[in-house]
Design a protein around this ligand. Structure first.
Ligand SMILES: *Cc1c(COP(=O)(O)O)cnc(C)c1O
Length: 401
């Protein structure tokens, strides 16, 4: 069976997949159905924080699966309490809620913000300020809050009360937030949108305006959180504390789990029965995530991210010295984007696809940016080998174009 060709016969064909079908993975390497080995500089999409088949993760998953997979949220389970306790004790937040994905975390955060504003302020305080080019997920609410109309326009009518400002633009920002604003949602680094870090001034100004107008400041840390930037969470790199963060991706290292962390004050946004989930925070997901956070939030891993980041940037720069193909290399930690020069805008996917032919998995962020989000513990050697293959893909790309 040619698995790649069978896929669209039976599944919705919505992903435009590459021609590589992984059978198994180990560390930052994937072995394909065709026997080929590929260096993984994508790590899912910033998900496989500790690479593939991590022995510690496997052990936790197996142990938990021998004890208890799932109970409803009408019962308390121990792994979820341990996970929440860890997160609360190692961040500026006081309470957690768990769900199954980043989108669900966004949905929960926005619902909480609106209900909080309604209960504690007034019924018209329901406006949400988001930013152009942002990505917050794929449900109707999160896709509308996202700042790319191509993802939402076909699904109208969309939820109302959502406006979009210019990311990193202080001019006119104050006019976008008023007494009717329930929440402001922002990515500390716009990841899908092209790996664009927020400026400190921008986040500081949002903090000030949210304080002035009693609006809840939400950071979408679904991609930046859990060690990705070299800090446990990206907000810790800025001297700005949000009221709430949404997390997911790396949190489960590949096991689906998402969550919301918030300050005590906003705890009353939900009351018993206001919100819920069947699977969210179940024992399997919570015990895996607990292992992830305890492993990632250590000097070894976090300092290692910064060291790996420097190596990735250095090699990308040397590729650029040779081929003059990038306009800018940017990002933080192991969330790195290399924007193509204008001439090649729109062609990042072509390079990514070529990469698979030469044995390296990467990502794109917008059609103009090559993106790298490898495992936080990727061996330095795999960075070198993977980017060497990526350089070969660039050479081929330039020969083709
Ligand atoms: C991936 C992502 C989401 C959506 O998460 P899912 O788990 O795919 O639902 C939301 N926000 C950001 C910043 C993301 O990178």
């Amino acid at each position: 069976m040619n698995t790649r060709q069978e896929y669209p016969k039976y599944l919705l064909d919505i992903y435009n997949q590459v021609n590589f079908v992984p059978l198994r993975g180990s560390g930052s390497r994937l072995i394909g159905e065709d026997g080929r080995e590929i260096i993984d500089l994508a790590g899912g999409i910033a998900v496989n924080a500790l690479g593939h088949s991590h022995p510690g993760l496997n052990e936790v998953l197996l142990n938990q699966s021998n004890q208890l997979w799932h109970v409803s949220n009408f019962m308390v389970n121990k792994p979820v309490v341990l996970l929440a306790k860890y997160l609360v004790e190692h961040t500026c937040f006081d309470k957690a809620f768990f769900c199954n994905s980043g989108t669900e975390a966004i949905e929960a955060a926005l619902k909480l913000a609106r209900r909080y504003a309604r209960v504690h302020h007034h019924a018209n305080k329901n406006k949400i300020l988001a930013f152009k080019n942002a990505f917050h997920g794929r449900t109707l609410f999160s896709v509308t809050v996202g700042g790319q109309s191509k993802y939402s326009e076909d699904f109208a009518p969309l939820p109302g009360g959502i406006i979009h400002g210019e990311y990193n633009n202080l001019e006119g920002l104050a006019k976008l937030i008023d007494a009717d604003t329930a929440a402001v949602i922002v990515e500390p680094i716009q990841a899908e949108g092209g790996v664009i870090p927020a400026t400190l001034e921008f986040l500081q100004e949002l903090r000030i305006l949210c304080n002035q107008h009693n609006a809840l400041l939400i950071f979408d840390e679904v991609q930046t959180g859990v060690g990705r930037t070299g800090k446990f969470f990206a907000y810790q790199d800025y001297s700005v504390e949000p009221d709430l963060i949404c997390i997911a991706k790396a949190l489960g290292g590949g096991f689906p789990i998402g969550g919301v962390l918030l300050k005590e004050k906003f705890n009353t946004g939900f009351a018993i029965g206001s919100h819920g989930t069947t699977f969210g925070g179940n024992p399997l997901a919570a015990s895996v995530a607990n292992f992830i956070v305890n492993t990632v939030n250590t000097p070894e891993i976090l300092a290692g991210v910064t060291k790996r980041s420097e190596l990735v940037v250095k090699i990308l720069q040397s590729i650029n010295d040779k081929y003059k193909i990038f306009k800018e290399i940017r990002g933080k930690g192991l969330l790195i984007g290399a924007e193509l020069i204008e001439e090649f805008h729109g062609m990042a996917r072509e390079i990514m696809v070529l990469g698979y032919d030469f044995g390296v998995a990467t990502l794109i962020a917008s059609p103009n940016v090559c993106r790298f989000t490898p495992a936080l513990n990727i061996p330095l050697e795999d960075i070198e080998i993977g980017l060497d293959k990526f350089g070969t893909a660039i050479k081929q790309f330039l020969a083709n174009n």
